[in-house]
Design a protein around this ligand. Structure first.
Ligand code: PAF
Length: 287
């Protein structure tokens, strides 16, 4: 497996493989890989001739008071993990390589970025779109792999792909969980032992709220139930706990095909997110 740091080297590899008619799968990440990322890469391996994983902690998606500097990084460990699931190339550019110009051209996410994580992270999704658009342009993948854990991110990237006619197919991979239900995340390493023991309450709350919603169709009642469980079991504070239509992220109506039940909780210094996506009848997601 090769680790590439420059756009020139990346372009050469893409050119050679496109000329040979190879199908390219892209797994965009910010590194510090966990099983969730490896599941994306494993699916990419099964569906493509060439698998490229990008590892880039993208500064433009971090707010001024967020953890850009302290975000965990370990390229050596990531390289070994990526190789173990058959990734062919890692693209790990520097910030200067990705953003040599401050040209002032931005893609701005719309309504979908104003709520959920976007409400407390203004500009975050614009930064995500900026880097993802660049990666799509540089790598021109046939398939790009994203985790359902970041359901809002997926919805917004889907909208960019649709609205800008980007020739890539998004492949959305279900949330990968620890045995106790906690969604895997690079940020889980920040949890203290007590916080870690409380964190599975998030998934328990979502499961009970989902059951309530399917039975009663009552958004407020379902949300209140989940809030009660989280408040009773965690020393955390809820940033949001919402039920919306997916992927448009509008109010649920009788026309809604997919429902997003999404939560973000601050516990200690860590912000954890999780979600479930299902139909009004409770059938699993088709994202
Ligand atoms: O989900 C992430 O890790 C990041 O937002 C992404 C898509 C790699 C863009 O930096």
């Amino acid at each position: 497996m090769n680790v590439i740091h420059t756009i020139d080297a990346l372009r050469r590899i893409i050119f050679e493989n496109k000329q040979k008619g190879k199908r390219i799968g892209l797994v965009p990440t910010m590194g510090f890989l966990h099983e969730g990322h490896l599941t994306l890469a494993t699916q990419a391996r099964a569906e493509n001739d060439v698998v490229i994983m990008s590892i880039f902690v993208n500064p433009t998606q971090f707010g001024p008071n967020e953890d850009f500097e302290s975000y965990p990084r370990n390229l050596e460990r990531d390289t070994m993990l990526a190789a173990s699931v058959g990734v062919d190339f890692i693209f790990a550019p520097t910030v200067e390589e990705m953003y040599p110009h401050d040209g002032g051209i931005f893609i701005r996410a719309g309504h979908q970025a104003t709520l959920l994580c976007g409400a407390s992270r203004p500009g975050h999704f614009d930064g995500v779109l900026q880097v993802v658009a660049k990666l799509f342009n540089l790598i021109q993948p046939n398939y790009a792999y994203f985790g359902q854990k970041d359901a809002q991110q997926v919805a917004i990237i889907q909208t960019m792909v649709r609205d800008y006619n980007i020739p890539v197919e998004l492949r959305i991979v279900p949330v990968v969980r620890e045995n106790d239900g906690l969604a895997k995340s690079s940020r889980n390493v920040y949890l203290t032992a007590t916080e870690r023991s409380q964190a599975p309450a998030i998934q328990q709350a979502l499961q009970l709220a989902k059951r309530e919603f399917i039975e009663s169709g009552n958004v407020d009642k379902s949300i209140q139930l989940a809030v009660k469980i989280i408040e009773a079991n965690m020393d955390g504070s809820i940033d949001y706990l919402t039920i919306l239509s997916y992927p448009d992220l509008t109010e649920v109506t009788s026309e809604t095909e997919q429902v997003l039940l999404a939560v973000a909780v601050y516990i200690g210094k860590t912000r954890l997110i999780d979600n479930l996506i299902f139909s009004l009848k409770g059938e699993p997601a088709h994202v």
